[in-house]
Design a protein around this ligand. Structure first.
Ligand code: PRT
Ligand code: ZN
Length: 212
């Protein structure tokens, strides 16, 4: 029996995901370029390399038993998966940003405005919680240029250093989610797989403690 883990194929979380496994003493052979699957040499683990956005669906369906993916992606997806552990990398914030001269005093600033985002679900939750009606423009990339080209009044996007916002004449005005990568698991895991997961979680917790 092996546990099937989905990680990002390439992108911001890939290296840290592989590094975490390594720190847990798990060696995977992923030297071959464009490989989609790898097996660990010394732990009952099979690793799938996927687009991060696809990971919650695969884990909900049980195609993968567990996954490493950003909390932002998990909550936006609304999939039925459980966050079993936070992993300490891929830290960022999902934030509202307005143009730098706007006088943002609170969520009411957004009333009747247009907001560009790749996170319509999380933005709508934030607006509903604050009783604000605003128009959401879903765009899949380059969200930060939307205000300067007249597409939106404000944006909601991931921020880490803040330099992308700054370079586009925007300022971060409200954090709607603090995010980091998480280990998610499928709702149904058989006993044998659960035992493997508990071993992996124990190792991850040990690695995290050693770093703190
Ligand atoms: O190809 P695939 O679909 O797998 O990858 P992707 O392009 O969708 O995602 P990727 O690799 O860019 O990001 C994967 C995950 O990394 C995200 O879902 C977050 O959980 C996490 N993460 C952490 C970030 C950032 N920090 C981040 N800064 N994801 C994106 N950004 C972008 C942000 O969208 C903005 O464009 O970086 C820019 C802002 O950065 P600063 O430093 O200028 O503020
Ligand atoms: Zn993605």
């Amino acid at each position: 029996m092996v546990l099937k883990l989905a990680i990002q194929k390439s992108g911001r979380l890939h290296e840290d995901s592989v590094k975490l496994l390594k720190e847990c003493g798990i060696e995977i052979n992923n030297n071959v370029k464009n490989q989609l699957k790898a097996t660990a040499a010394n732990f009952p683990l099979e690793v799938f390399f996927l687009r991060d956005d696809d990971i919650p669906q695969y884990v909900e369906d049980g195609v993968a038993d567990i996954g490493f993916v950003g909390e932002n992606v998990v909550y936006e997806s609304k999939k039925n998966v459980k966050v079993a552990e936070l992993l300490g990398f891929g830290k960022c914030r999902l934030s509202i940003a307005t143009t730098k001269n706007d006088d943002y005093t609170g969520p009411e600033f957004l009333q009747g405005k247009k907001i560009a985002t790749s996170y319509p679900v999380l933005v709508q939750q934030f607006l509903s919680k604050n009783n604000i009606q605003a128009e959401i423009h879903e765009i899949s990339g380059s969200v930060e240029i939307a205000p300067s080209i007249g597409l939106a009044d404000a944006v909601c996007d991931l921020v880490s250093s803040g330099s992308t916002l700054f370079m586009n004449g925007l300022k971060e005005t409200e954090i709607i989610l603090q995010s980091q990568s998480a280990l998610i698991q499928t709702p149904e895991l058989n006993q044998e797989k659960n035992q493997i997961l508990q071993k992996l979680l124990f190792r991850i917790q040990t690695v995290k403690k050693a770093k703190s």
